[in-house]
Design a protein. Sequence first.
Length: 283
Amino acid sequence: MNADLHCHSTVSDGTLEPEAVASRAKANGVELWALTDHDEIDGQQRARDAALAIGLSYLTGTEISVTFAGVTVHVVGLGFDANDERLAAGLKATRGGRESRAHEMSDELAKVGIDGAYEGALRFVGNPDLISRTHFARFLVECGACASTQEVFRRFLVEGKPGFVPHRWATLRDAVSWIADAGGIAVIAHPARYKFTPTEEYALFTEFKALGGRGVEVVTGAHSAADAARYADAAREFDLLASRGSDFHSPEESRIDLGGLPPLPAGLAPVWEALEARIHLAA
Ligand code: AMP
Ligand code: MN
Ligand code: MN
Ligand code: MN
């Protein structure tokens, strides 16, 4: 099964409209798709309609920003009821601080001689409620400060570098319960990206499970083959369902295209099998 259950559209920090992401997924051979915009479900109806219209099965999705042990951790939610009011309110609250954070980021960049970053980033924003570091990264490439968005995330916008502004996102408890209470499954996104110590990572997985989290991304754009093997072991150890998603943002920026990931390692329980009843099946 070519399932791609992690990607972004213009509703968050992707560059393609939800309909265009659906078409690209279909063209690339994806058989089950979820659009997982950051802290936002406004694109869900469009994504689902577009998918079903082209014969692509669909699961609802989102990617919630969480602060755990002082670090930003992402939790993907899959298969929830997109009309759930608590989930919508929780996501709205999570998005809430982005505007003032963006102004602070712009002030920080001005201190190193980069002016007009807020206005510059805004030109790349598709959803005024969701200005993100990715939009600043695109501006920093456009103005010539960096050659690529990858370079931006080495030289700017990350801890210890110009333009970084610490932020408090949702709690792990809230994010997991919003998803689970809306009938979905919460999944730890791209765990290799957090650079936790083994003790911190153990705490994340243990607490996540205790709070009702049920899945982990094993195969994802940011994971090497060694990372996938490592988190396959973690999935077995913690009895978690395994997910697979490219984290595609843009044809120009993303290293891994929609549907272009290796399969899940053998012997894991795929998250989509546990979500069978929640899949919007294409005809
Ligand atoms: P934000 O939610 O505003 O903090 O922005 C986070 C987004 O920035 C992520 O979802 C990625 O799209 C992007 N991002 C963060 N770190 C990197 C990185 N090292 N390389 C490329 N994109 C990154
Ligand atoms: Mn992103
Ligand atoms: Mn993420
Ligand atoms: Mn993502």
